[in-house]
Design a protein around this ligand. Structure first.
Ligand code: M6R
Length: 611
């Protein structure tokens, strides 16, 4: 939520910041702004996208070698020019950008109003900024000191960047709960919410920790904690190429990411899974293998698409490892006083590794003695650093707001972990174990086969794009896939869609069925197949339109379907990695057919860093 970029050095800051904001636009895109120092302080901001900001500054003075920029996902105050960041303090000297939420802003605002401060926006950010300025004025101290005092009173999450007209050689930054990466160049520094704006300039970065303040000059980076003690910056080398964050000839990131899946799943398995010998090497979880084997319970915590991956994992772990599993929405888990026993294993699943609900939920579980394993895509992310151990999904940067390749990579990792534990616990026989290892390794090639259905699915999208509602049904391992298909459609095409376990339909949703309702069946050949055929019949009897995802060789489902999408045969445990692909493409093409911005659907942001 909200993207932040800063630059200090000898280049012109504006192009660096604008390019960076475009890369971070997936984090929020309802307004954007930039502040530059060059003799004075210049601030430009605009409702809507970064491109609108760019257009609005044509002909204006955009020079300066120090600057900060922001792309916003609104929390306090509607999307508008005046609520866009950067905000400027009452004196006109200090500009600030912020990602996060200041929860106690109202009481601070009241104090400041009594002192005569005025506000030109509805944001919590402007309150914090003037609070800092007020402390600076009263203490006659530096901006850094004032910031430190202010942050001790602040409740909430933040990553903030500050520049001061009277101190143009410095950017001051601080974080708690919202990410901040600093790229180290030659006599220049780059600051950003993630590494994507930095990667083309330097691969050496420092991930700033919670409760740290960074004092950044062109030639020096000083890190301090809130107690004013210097911290040693830990420099990490980025393992990412620029091409990974560009569209590579595809019309949208979402389509590129859907088509990347044969490779991303392979990258996730590569070096870990040896299907011939059945050896699975996962160094990240090795140390905790015994605890997972002996866990009384596994609690999976996640949100959105990652939560759907967790639901598939629930079936897989229970089936293979015989360990009870609970899958929790992170936002609910945190606030319902959950029972966590010492020795429970918590698996946090998150693409971004920054989702605030998930982050807070694992902190709660950790305090109660659980072991936290992170299944994450973004290396070095906040959840990665809060977890005891885990495994990265290695899917590469996912830019499209609708998650696609992250889901299949999460499944690949989760299935590998389950297989490894089941093998160690002896809850799976050798034959089935080796078969599943082989099945998993075959998935990348089979995904490539599913992708050959692209044109067929595009045609289906144009046939069904005007429907008002969709129902997605699946059973067993394919039930979470039905949920995921419905979520994708909602996000990208703004069509109401619901996912249900197919058998649950007769307990209510069947009342929705008429000749206008498309019902998508995820009906691959598995142990539930006969049952789902009966459910198809129930829909057909009520004249619903049936679109079925079926396994090659199935001769019954086509007789009950208006349209079919055929996928290769696969064991039911790995089949969700195939059956989800047509649903991703269907949502994508319906969104495109309706002329929506599928990479940046309305009201959404890629990384949800507010609770
Ligand atoms: O980064 P995370 O995996 O923690 O994100 C969780 C959800 O916010 C995310 O999956 C969201 O639902 C996506 N927009 C789904 O496409």
């Amino acid at each position: 939520m909200c993207g932040i970029v800063g630059y200090i050095g000898s280049r012109e800051a504006y192009p660096v910041i604008i390019k960076g904001l475009k890369r971070l636009e997936y984090r929020g895109y309802d307004s954007a702004g930039i502040a530059l120092l060059n003799g004075g302080l210049k601030v430009y901001k605009k409702k809507d996208k970064v491109a609108d900001l760019e257009e609005s500054v044509i002909g204006k003075d955009i020079s300066g070698t120090t600057g900060i920029g922001h792309t916003r996902w609104a929390t306090h105050g509607e999307p508008s020019d005046r609520n866009a960041h950067p905000h400027v303090s009452n004196s006109g000297n200090i500009a600030m950008i912020h990602n996060g939420i200041i929860e106690n802003y109202a009481s601070i605002k009241n104090e400041l109003i009594k002192k005569g401060y005025t506000f030109s926006s509805d944001t919590d950010t402007e309150v914090l900024l003037n609070f800092i300025e007020d402390i600076k004025k009263n203490n006659e101290g530096t901006l850094e000191e004032a910031l430190r005092i202010a942050l001790k009173r602040v409740v909430g999450a933040y990553c903030i960047l500050l520049i001061d007209k009277n101190n143009p050689d410095t950017i001051i930054a601080a974080r708690k709960g919202s990410p901040l990466v600093i790229g180290i160049g030659k006599n220049e520094h780059f600051l950003a919410s993630d590494a994507s704006p930095i990667i083309e300039y330097t691969k050496e970065v420092v991930y700033v920790n919670d409760y740290e303040i960074a004092i950044v000059h062109a030639d020096e980076l000083i890190l301090k904690n809130l107690g004013n003690e210097k911290q040693t910056p830990f420099i990490t080398k980025l393992d990412m190429e620029l091409s990974a964050i560009e569209k590579g000839g595809y019309e949208h990131f979402m389509l590129k990411e859907i088509f990347e899946q044969p490779q991303t799943i392979y990258d996730c398995l590569r070096g870990r899974m040896n299907a011939e010998t059945g050896v699975i090497t996962m160094s990240g979880i090795q140390q905790y293998e015994q605890q997972i084997m002996n866990a009384g319970r596994i609690i999976i915590i996640a949100c959105g698409t990652s939560w759907h991956a967790g639901l598939v994992a629930e079936y897989v772990f229970e089936e293979l490892c015989r360990i009870p599993v609970e899958v929790e929405y992170a936002s609910e888990f945190r606030y319902r006083n959950p029972v966590v026993n010492k020795g429970d294993v918590v698996i946090a699943i998150s693409q971004s590794g920054e989702t605030a609900d998930t982050l807070v939920a694992i902190e709660t579980a950790k305090e109660q003695g659980a072991i936290i394993l992170g299944i994450l895509n973004v290396v070095g992310s906040s959840i990665a650093r809060k977890s005891h151990a885990g495994a990265y999904t290695h899917a590469g940067p996912e830019i499209g707001v609708a998650s696609t390749k992250a889901f299949t990579a999460q499944l690949a990792v989760l299935i590998m972990v389950a297989l490894k534990i089941a093998h160690a616990k002896n809850t799976i026989n050798k034959e089935r174990y080796l078969l599943l290892c082989k099945e998993l390794m075959e998935i990348p090639d089979k995904v490539a086969i599913v992708l050959l259905q692209n044109n067929n699915i595009k045609a289906l999208a144009s046939k069904y794009k005007d429907a008002y509602d969709f129902l997605y049904l699946g059973r067993g391992y394919n039930f979470p896939v039905a949920l995921e298909g419905a979520l994708k459609l909602k996000e990208i095409s703004y069509i109401h869609a619901e996912g249900y376990p197919a058998a649950e339909m007769k307990h209510g949703p069947i009342a929705l069925v008429d000749e206008k309702l498309p019902v998508v069946f995820v009906a691959t050949k598995d142990s539930y197949h006969q049952k789902i055929i009966s459910n198809m019949q129930e829909i057909k009897a009520r004249k619903g339109k049936v679109i079925s995802i079926i396994t090659e060789g199935d001769t019954v489902s086509p007789t009950l379907s208006d349209d079919i999408i055929i996928i290769p045969p696969a064991d039911e445990i790995v089949a969700p990695m195939l059956s989800v692909i047509p649903l991703q493409l269907l949502a994508y093409y319906i969104g495109v057919a309706k002329d929506y911005d599928v990479d940046k659907p309305r009201n959404l942001a890629k990384s949800v860093t507010v609770e």
